[in-house]
Write a protein that binds this ligand. Structure first.
Ligand SMILES: *[C@@H]1O[C@H](CO)[C@@H](O)[C@H](O)[C@H]1NC(C)=O
Ligand SMILES: *[C@@H]1O[C@H](CO)[C@@H](O)[C@H](O)[C@H]1NC(C)=O
Ligand SMILES: *[C@@H]1O[C@H](CO)[C@@H](O)[C@H](O)[C@H]1NC(C)=O
Ligand SMILES: *[C@@H]1O[C@H](CO)[C@@H](O)[C@H](O)[C@H]1NC(C)=O
Ligand SMILES: *[C@@H]1O[C@H](CO)[C@@H](O)[C@H](O)[C@H]1NC(C)=O
Ligand SMILES: [Ca+2]
Ligand SMILES: [Ca+2]
Length: 949
């Protein structure tokens, strides 16, 4: 009963005793590398196809592919960071399967759990496709990582390779086919072996009859068992491998039982991962597929507005419209064009609906249709609106909140902070009509009531500060100026050099480092009545009162917000601030080089490894971060420190380089007070004679640690209308007592959870949140559940942020089919003088969900589709192309994302054609017969369905 699956093409650390994701050149391949290679390969294929379709040049990136190299080849260098982030996220979810589900054989294809393992993969594929369709790319990435793991394990843990297969088992990504002949429970599969003899320990009849089997596994020394005659996983920690038949069959590393087949297994795992990605690409379409991977045409960032729509806001809304128009007009078509536009209106009692669109016109129309009405008691649901935006925006976005009223939903403050920390999103507040202003500028705002008191503004300041954003307080007439200053800077290559706050205010000195790659060096200051002295690396200085100095090239001031444009000088700058009022200081610039990081935790389970935290890290004890650099393949991290946000205390970590440009950073102690993450690095470019660039970056977000720990899993899929429970557990290392529990979700689904749990110091308590998505929830909807635990006294809170997908049960497993109606060609020797055309009927069968999309995978003719006037279930396709473009491959996709492909080509002087779909891969005879018949007209190389054979 304790037997189960080993983790593994991965955790090679297990074998070397090294902790981490480490991988030295020449060593075995792990899940991390397999996943990255497959993603980079798939991305190159898609970008090449897009370039061909759009008639632009495509240059293959140098081998081995790197994130930056592929982003550049895709013409999307500005997406390097979000591409890197997406890949890391997928990989960490993949690796998590080994940590969270180490002993569940189904997740690793151990113990002949073939049907169960495939179910995890195929249900996950349905969820990924449904999420992509709703543009919920974060949810799609999460599930993708989770299902790549078992898919990859299959090739290491089963005897697929030993059976002589040269290609992946396509049936693992399909629901309606046979995986192969699986060994009966009672059928012996291995024989006893020792030493070299173990290379052939699988029984001859198993190999001959092409019977599938996989290894048994257990880590429990005395109680390990396995059915008679079955193979073991093998290796020192597998206790079943010393039970008759002794030995093992896994190919996890070169030193594994079947390590001589490691390379074959790993390469097949890469090919299988590529095939799964290809299927997801077909369902999504090329652009959305790239967006799932963090690559967009323009900026990877969102333009995200959360707007109070009550009566007094009518002028502000007009301002937002104008600013949005000017951003859109100046950025569309440039590399700063937002990848997505998000709008969330709020008032009281309502908020939402959230509008998320990639079409700037739809966004403008939505803004134009906002009307300012109601408002009543002058407190609005601003945090509910913000919560919705935080859960819908891509990570690392900037959100702008416009309001002139206090928050009515103040109890969401900690939830909003949790989401800010987890999504690393910067929130800026544009507050009009604060009492501070109205007292001083009453004449400007004669018609407005002063409605937002300083104490109410403080909540917004706290949230802005936690996220490293600005809380800008201006009059209604100043709003246009303030808004355009701050939104102008939303470029995707924006980096933070320094971010600090002092509340209460006090005189303090701050330093920041500017490197050769930084341009558009800008300082933001919010606060009232401050002065400063700026000192450049060469020792020049300039006072805030000095308008003619040489350091500041431009300065703008509106309300409590001042910006300075600096003349860039490389080296260490100093800013000496003097104020007795609270202030924030932020120094930003544009640079391709930036860093990404996650807090990670050493696995508590049987296998060493690191798991990414969806929570605050533990306070006062040691901890780890996984850091990677983006925008340079040669740069390295030299120092990482956790720096107290409101003081000068800092904890430096030990940096350990890992494979793939990752760095594991261990710190002795995570601070108990708020802190930021600061990174120093250097880049010695390959160019001879070029000097080494030394750079410094900082997280805009302020983080907190906690004495509470909270854990929960989000790998399940919700079915609408079916109650669903999320088990979680809470532990405290702080004082015991009644811990308050709050569970909130961004979709307002019904949920029940305990109001509090009694916890003793050092003990953990299990509980559950039960929820249910309404029956009419569209498939692919994602929702974010935040479970918070607040220690007695309210000083310390922790949370876990979980993202789930809601997916309707899928019963349609077959792709649409094509039926050729006519094909005409008069192709002659001079192809440019002649055309060919065809018409095709596409249907999804009586039981199918219907044809959703028909597109060209290959061929550059013109494609037209229409619904049959007499029958909506029939899609009519006509295609017309030059005879120089002699092949066409139509991609036909149904509403749940089953992808078929139909290939046609004219034959010289005749009307014969061949049509086939991906289904062919399950009908090798059909395919073979075509070859035999001499229909040599297919483009074998470009048809995925055929290369699979
Ligand atoms: C393993 O995971 C699958 C899929 O989540 C689940 O259905 C099954 O109950 C788990 N098995 C065990 C032994 O926990
Ligand atoms: C790269 O992707 C293509 C298309 O999906 C596939 O044919 C090829 O086998 C992949 N390469 C590797 C090394 O997996
Ligand atoms: C955790 O507990 C310690 C000791 O009780 C305390 O000093 C520290 O402030 C607590 N940390 C947080 C984040 O509450
Ligand atoms: C915790 O809550 C329970 C029930 O609400 C109450 O009976 C108990 O006294 C509380 N304990 C403490 C230490 O506050
Ligand atoms: C909580 O649940 C975990 C996992 O299901 C279990 O191992 C643990 O024993 C439970 N703890 C308590 C206190 O019930
Ligand atoms: Ca209002
Ligand atoms: Ca179908």
């Amino acid at each position: 009963m304790m037997s189960g699956g080993l983790a593994v093409l991965c955790l090679l650390l297990l074998h070397t005793g090294v902790q981490g994701f480490g991988l030295l050149p020449g060593n075995s391949l792990n899940h991390l590398e397999i996943t990255e290679r497959a993603i980079l390969n798939a991305t190159v294929q898609v970008c090449r196809a897009l370039a061909q379709a759009e008639g632009t040049d495509f240059t293959f990136p140098a081998q081995p592919f790197t994130v930056k190299g592929v982003a550049v080849a895709c013409g999307a260098q500005q997406s390097s960071k979000s591409f890197h982030k997406a890949i890391t996220f997928i990989i960490l979810r993949n690796v998590r399967v080994d940590i969270r589900h180490a002993l569940n054989a189904s997740f690793h294809f151990d113990e002949e759990m073939f049907v169960q393992g495939r179910k995890i993969i195929t249900e996950g594929i349905q969820a990924v496709k449904a999420s992509n369709k709703q543009e919920n790319f974060e949810a799609a990435r999460q599930k993708l990582g989770e299902i790549l793991h078992p898919l990859q394990d299959f090739y290491s843990h089963s005897n697929w390779v030993e059976l002589g297969n040269k290609f992946p088992n396509t049936n693992l990504i399909r629901s309606d086919t046979s995986i192969g002949t699986i060994a009966d429970e009672s059928r012996a599969t291995c024989r006893n072996c020792v030493g070299d003899d173990c290379r052939n320990n699988i029984l001859e009849d198993i190999i001959q009859d092409k019977i599938l089997t996989s290894g048994y596994f257990s880590i429990v020394p005395l109680f390990a068992t396995k059915p008679k005659g079955k193979c073991s996983h093998g290796g020192a920690i597998d206790q079943t491998s010393t039970i008759d038949p002794e030995g093992g069959i896994n190919k996890d590393t070169f030193s594994s039982s079947h390590g001589h087949l490691h390379t074959e297994a790993a390469n097949m795992a890469i090919a299988a991962s590529s095939e799964l990605l290809e299927d997801i690409r077909g369902a999504a379409g090329d652009r959305p597929f790239l967006q799932m991977l963090g690559i967009s045409k323009g900026s990877s960032k969102a333009l995200c507005f959360v707007i109070d729509t009550t009566k007094s806001m009518s002028d502000d809304i007009e301002t937002v419209r104008n600013v949005a128009s000017s951003i859109i007009n100046s950025q569309v078509g440039t590399e700063n064009e937002p990848s997505v536009y998000i709008l969330v209106p709020f008032n009281d009692p309502g908020f939402g609906p959230l509008i998320r669109t990639t079409d700037p016109q739809v966004f403008k129309d939505a803004l134009n249709s906002l009307t300012a009405t109601g408002g009543g008691d002058e407190e609005e649901l601003s945090l509910s609106g913000l919560q919705l935006a935080l859960t819908a925006a891509p990570t690392s976005s900037d959100i702008f909140v416009f309001t002139d009223a206090p928050a009515k939903d103040k109890d969401l403050k900690s939830t909003v902070i949790a989401l800010i920390e987890r999504t690393q999103t910067v929130v800026n507040f544009m507050i009009t009509g604060s009492t501070v202003l109205n007292r001083r500028r009453r004449r400007d705002d004669k018609q407005q009531h002063s409605k937002i008191a300083a104490t109410d503004v403080q909540l917004y300041r706290d949230l802005a500060q936690a996220s490293g954003g600005q809380a800008i307080e201006v009059t209604k007439s100043e709003l246009p100026a303030a808004t355009s200053i701050i939104t102008e800077s939303s470029s995707s290559s924006l980096v933070t050099l320094l971010q600090a706050a002092r509340s209460p205010g006090k005189a303090d000195n701050f330093s920041f480092v500017v490197d050769e790659t930084v341009t558009k060096l800008t300082v933001y200051i919010t606060g009232r009545s401050f002065t400063f002295t700026l000192i450049s690396p060469t020792g020049e200085s300039q006072q805030s009162t000095d308008t003619t100095g040489s350091l500041i090239s431009a300065s703008q001031s509106v309300g409590n917000f001042q910006t300075l444009q600096l003349n860039t000088q490389v080296g260490q700058w100093e800013m000496r601030m003097v104020s007795t009022n609270p202030y924030t200081l932020k120094v930003i610039g544009q640079s391709p080089i930036d860093f990404l990081f996650d807090f990670v935790e050493a696995s508590q389970g049987p296998f060493t490894g690191f798991d990414v935290l969806d929570t605050r890290p533990r306070a006062g004890v040691n901890g780890s971060l996984l850091v990677s650099l983006t925008g340079s393949d040669s740069a390295t991290v030299t120092e990482v420190a956790l720096v107290e946000s409101s003081g000068s205390g800092e904890v430096k970590g030990v940096v350990e380089p890992q494979a793939n440009g990752n760095f594991l950073v261990r710190v002795d102690r995570i601070p108990s007070v708020e802190f930021v993450v600061r990174m120093k690095g250097q880049d010695s470019s390959d160019t001879p004679g070029a000097s080494t660039i030394v750079f410094q970056r900082q997280s805009p977000i302020n983080f907190r640690a906690s004495n509470l720990t909270i854990t929960a899993d989000s790998n399940s899929i919700l079915v609408p209308g079916t109650p669903f429970s999320v088990p979680f557990s809470v532990m405290t290392m702080g004082i015991g007592g009644n811990v308050t529990i709050r569970a909130t979700n961004n979709r307002l689904f019904d949920s029940t959870s305990p109001a509090s749990l009694f916890l003793e110091t050092g003990n953990s308590v299990n509980s559950t949140v039960t929820l249910s998505a309404p029956l009419n929830t569209p498939s692919g909807t994602d929702f974010t559940l935040t479970i918070e635990a607040e220690a007695p006294g309210g000083e310390d809170t922790n949370y876990v942020v979980l993202r789930f997908s809601v997916v309707n049960t899928v019963t349609d497993f077959t792709e649409p089919v094509c039926q050729l109606l006519s094909l005409q060609s008069n192709c002659s020797n001079n192809c440019s003088l002649s055309m060919w055309e065809l018409s095709v009927r596409v249907t999804d069968g009586a039981e199918g969900t219907g044809v959703d999309r028909v597109s060209l995978r290959q061929g550059n003719g013109s494609l037209n589709t229409s619904l049959d006037a007499g029958n909506e279930n029939i899609t009519l396709v006509s295609y017309r192309a030059s005879c120089c473009s002699a092949d066409v491959e139509l991609l036909v996709v149904d509403r749940v994302g089953n992808v078929g492909s139909c290939v046609y080509t004219p034959r010289e002087g005749s009307t014969a054609a061949v049509s086939m779909s991906t289904k062919v891969s399950h009908s090798p005879l059909l395919c073979l017969s075509m070859v035999v018949l001499g229909l040599h007209v297919l483009n074998w190389a470009s048809s995925d369905s055929i290369s699979k054979l």
